[in-house]
Design a protein around this ligand. Structure first.
Ligand SMILES: Cc1cc2nc3c(=O)[nH]c(=O)nc-3n(C[C@H](O)[C@H](O)[C@H](O)COP(=O)(O)OP(=O)(O)OC[C@H]3O[C@@H](n4cnc5c(N)ncnc54)[C@H](O)[C@@H]3O)c2cc1C
Length: 439
């Protein structure tokens, strides 16, 4: 495949979550060019999936969407979505990077984001929407969520009948519906080579796979949800438009379980994920707000409310008639339509069983599956847990490789304010190295 060369864009940012976006904006505002590479079809990362943010309960997308638009329209930022870095050579001041752009089968210049193609798609409501964690459905031609940047559709090659079977009726309906002739089934993968003086790595985290704790029944019982799944259920732009329900039924009893995949030697994660205590308090508050008569229980090991305003928020939630039960359950099993929680209350020193309608697991933050591969490409190392390793323990931004900086949860689990602060620090360090004329 021929590699196309574009002129030195100066800084490469890998990952377009809140950390990568903040770093890109800071660098671009200082007059340097930025190439932002995002694996998914849209920037936004996990923050785009959240409903409200603790401790202020600000609407997540109200903060994020303007930033996404700014990144998408900034004259110094080239956002390459649905793309991945596949090779990195060189050193600080002169990295040569090869980026693979996956085909969207939709011409970005022609697509107006009108959505007529998705309405016409034969598979309109059949495919699990990844952004909604499979709770909602989408077409084979889709936009991940209404505020996505870029506001452009793409075709899912695993489900489109034209791409999988070579046929979709007499003529693909999406192609017929598209007034600007944007759909192009002949698009191919493309490699692009760029030069950059500095690299900011902001690839974030994966959610712990709760199936590794089989005693909680995740994946077996549909009313056992992960933290992000519950965020989508609460979100006004989510599959239930913010109504907390499953299978159309509003739960009257909800149990939250903390530290699922964190501080747990049985799954090899001894570290604390830092955000779960607070996001559980937030989610419990949202249940109280939307289902005022619900019985809400939080099972916890101990509460870590370390950030600004966090202790006060935890205090507020405690007063909202929420039961805090110390000790994580040992088992969840089904009785009729209900779930039974079995465990020991370690404050009372007695075993208990509690019946509930819905369980929400505070799934922890784990390193991205492909972190090791990317680390090898970048020439940077990992902590034993698998997060990218900083050069010195007291400096969380520079890595052992000069010119490569870390931002956000790829370095360790953290909340949004800390991810943003670290991203601004990484941007400042990248700017210093670019300004020294090393690029
Ligand atoms: C259920 C839940 C609720 C939460 N609620 C809150 C809250 O209320 N308040 C709060 O402060 N924090 C909250 N958090 C934490 C918050 O999600 C993180 O702090 C924040 O998302 C971190 O941003 P990030 O940019 O570091 O990572 P991410 O959001 O994970 O973004 C990383 C981006 O990099 C991309 N990427 C990954 N690998 C590659 C690659 N190889 N190449 C290109 N792109 C790549 C990803 O696709 C993604 O877009 C919550 C977390 C969870 C799990």
């Amino acid at each position: 495949m021929p590699a196309q060369k574009i002129e030195s864009p100066v800084a490469l940012v890998i990952g377009g979550g809140i950390a990568g976006m903040q770093a890109s904006l800071d660098i671009a505002d200082k007059g340097f060019k930025v190439v932002l590479v995002e694996k998914e079809p849209t920037i936004g990362g996990h923050m785009a999936q959240l409903d409200k943010t603790f401790p202020t309960l600000d609407c997540s997308s109200c903060i994020l969407t303007p930033k996404m638009v700014e990144v998408g329209s900034h004259p110094n930022i080239e956002a390459m979505t649905y793309s991945e870095v596949i090779e990195i050579q060189g050193e600080m001041g002169d990295f040569q990077i090869t980026i693979r752009k996956k085909p969207r089968y939709v011409d970005l210049k022609k697509c107006t984001g009108c959505g007529l193609c998705a309405e016409a798609c034969v598979q309109r409501t059949r495919i699990a929407n990844e952004f909604d964690m499979g709770i909602g459905k989408r077409a084979a031609i889709y936009i991940p969520f209404p505020q996505a940047v870029p506001q452009k559709y793409l075709i899912d090659p695993d489900h489109c009948l034209m791409l999988t079977k070579g046929k979709c009726g007499k003529e693909p309906r999406c192609q017929k519906a598209c007034g600007t002739h944007a759909i192009d089934f002949n698009q191919k993968e493309e490699n692009v080579t760029i030069q950059a003086g500095a690299i900011v790595v902001a690839t974030g985290y994966d959610q712990f796979d709760a199936r590794l704790k089989p005693e909680y029944g995740y994946g077996r019982y549909e009313n056992v949800l992960s933290g992000i799944e519950f965020e989508r259920l609460c979100s006004a732009s989510g599959p239930t438009k913010g109504s907390i329900e499953y299978n159309g039924v509003e739960p009257k009893r909800v149990v939250f379980i903390q530290c699922v995949g964190s501080r747990d030697k049985t799954v090899g994660n001894e570290y604390c994920s830092r955000v779960c205590c607070m996001y559980t308090a937030k989610q419990a508050h949202l249940v109280r707000e939307r289902i005022p008569d619900a019985k809400i229980t939080i099972c916890y090991m101990d509460i870590r409310a370390f950030g600004k305003g966090y202790e006060e928020f935890y205090d507020r939630v405690q007063k909202e008639k929420i039961i805090f039960r110390r000790g994580n359950p040992s088992e969840i099993y089904k009785r009729g339509e209900s779930l039974m929680i079995r465990g020991e209350d370690t404050l009372l020193g007695e075993p208990y069983e509690e019946e509930t309608d819905l369980v929400v697991l505070a799934t922890g933050l784990v390193p991205r599956q492909d972190a090791e591969q990317l680390g090898r490409m970048l020439g940077i190392s990992h902590t034993p847990e698998g997060f990218f390793k900083e050069a010195e323990t007291k400096e969380t931004i520079p890595t052992s490789k000069p010119g490569v900086f870390l931002a956000g949860c790829c370095q360790s689990p953290k909340d949004i304010p800390d991810a943003v602060a670290q991203a601004s620090g990484a941007a400042a360090m990248a700017c210093i190295c670019l300004a020294e004329g090393r690029s």
